[in-house]
Design a protein around this ligand. Structure first.
Ligand SMILES: [Mn+2]
Length: 393
């Protein structure tokens, strides 16, 4: 026996302990007198000890999950996702990457958080189910990136669940999102958000401003999302960066938009933000080439000091790669270019990011959500302080 704890009362004892196999955490309870409990503690194999009912909904796999998160706590190190070597990938509870869930962001360096929003969309709705599908597909993502990044060896990370929103009132919803993110930033936690339509970035950036003041922005998208008014409304998924620039949240000279394309409402549709000094990279400038040189330029332009937010719309990718989104446009980025963009953000002072517009209904194969989960991992890997291992040739 390597450890015993649990709240006790006069008649109920709840216990958890490790056996000689550190991968197995046992949980049990019993009723009885203090004398009986003392006897049971001496002989943990006692038939009086029963499996703990509240943990039974996941049965053996749930015990795996408990074991994984408790073990990292026990060793005094960081949370680790539940490994596919310990518990079948299709098992356990589908938190992001099968990390531990904790409701309160306090004590975390980074949290994954979902926003099941789609009432800001202009075309196909359904992105409210994006966070759920991204989590499900995320079970395939392992701990170390292909270039050796080991985020769980240097950052405390957990899934904090979803923001509660009002699906019948977009204006109330943006207020609810802002309030929730003010609380996340207040405890110095970096949120990586699973969306959800792109409206959600506006209230997140409002919360960012309260914590950090003016920031830089890397915005990857098929659309500029700088419309002024849509159907008479100031708040929609095509307006978040117009509002954020108007409110002085973003320094336009430290903002880049990459991948813009598609038929447009007017010939000079990007002029408003260009006039402010925003760097606009339309998709034709990205075709048939590596984006590593572009990201060198972007890092020089933004610099290593100013806080930076990354907003990644999955519709920046070509629909042949990521069809599961509400407003797909042809001629988009490849998944390799998406990785180059995110890896090229290493060295920036990133304080948050999102992956938005994943709409499961339009991709029954789940590939779009799988790509989103992997790109969020790439985003995690470029956060300040992440350790990199040398990958041997
Ligand atoms: Mn967008």
């Amino acid at each position: 026996m390597r450890g015993v704890w649990g709240p006790t009362s006069a008649s109920l004892l709840i216990m958890a302990w490790w056996t000689s196999d550190p991968a197995v955490l046992r949980v049990g309870w019993c009723f009885g007198s203090w004398a009986e409990m003392a006897r049971i503690l001496k002989h943990l194999s006692s038939p009086l000890l029963r499996p703990l009912k509240p943990f039974n909904y996941g049965s053996v796999t749930q015990l795996c999950q408990i074991s994984s998160s408790c073990r990292s706590l026990k060793s005094g190190r960081f949370n680790e996702p539940l490994s596919g070597m310990e518990c079948a990938r299709a098992g356990g509870i589908a938190t992001m990457y099968r990390l531990p869930f904790q409701e309160d962001p306090k004590g975390l360096d980074v949290c994954f958080v979902g926003i099941p929003l789609d009432i800001g969309t202009s075309n196909r709705s359904g992105a409210r189910l994006g966070p759920r599908q991204i989590r499900m597909e995320s079970v395939l993502v392992r701990n170390i990136s292909t270039i050796g990044a080991a985020p769980y060896e240097s950052l405390q990370v957990a899934d904090i669940g979803d923001i509660n929103i009002n699906l019948y009132d977009l204006k109330k919803t943006v207020q609810m999102i802002k309030e929730a993110y003010v609380k996340i930033f207040a405890v110095n936690c970096t949120p990586l958000t699973l969306g959800g339509d792109h409206t959600l970035t506006y209230p997140i950036l409002q919360a960012v401003k309260e914590k950090y003041g003016q920031i830089g922005l890397v915005h990857v998208d098929a659309h500029n999302d700088c419309e002024d008014i849509m159907l008479g409304e100031k708040i929609a998924h095509g307006t978040p960066f117009r509002r954020s620039l108007e409110e002085g949240i973003i320094d336009p000279k430290k903002m880049v938009q990459i991948g813009l394309r598609g038929s447009e409402y007017s010939a000079n549709c990007h002029q408003w933000q260009k006039d402010l000094g925003v760097k606009v990279v339309v998709v034709e400038e990205c075709w048939h080439k590596s984006l590593v040189p572009l990201m060198d330029e972007v890092r020089t332009m933004i610099g290593p000091d100013i806080p930076v937010y990354i907003s990644f719309d999955i519709d920046s990718l070509d629909p042949s790669v990521a069809p599961g989104t509400g407003t797909p446009e042809l001629g988009g980025l490849t998944s390799i270019q998406a990785m180059e963009i995110l890896r090229g953000c290493k060295g920036l002072n990133i304080i948050g990011g999102d992956m938005v517009e994943v709409c499961p209904a339009y991709d029954p194969l789940g590939t779009t959500a799988l790509i989103a989960a992997n790109l969020l991992f790439e985003m995690l890997c470029v956060l300040p302080g992440v350790k990199y291992h040398k990958i041997l040739p």
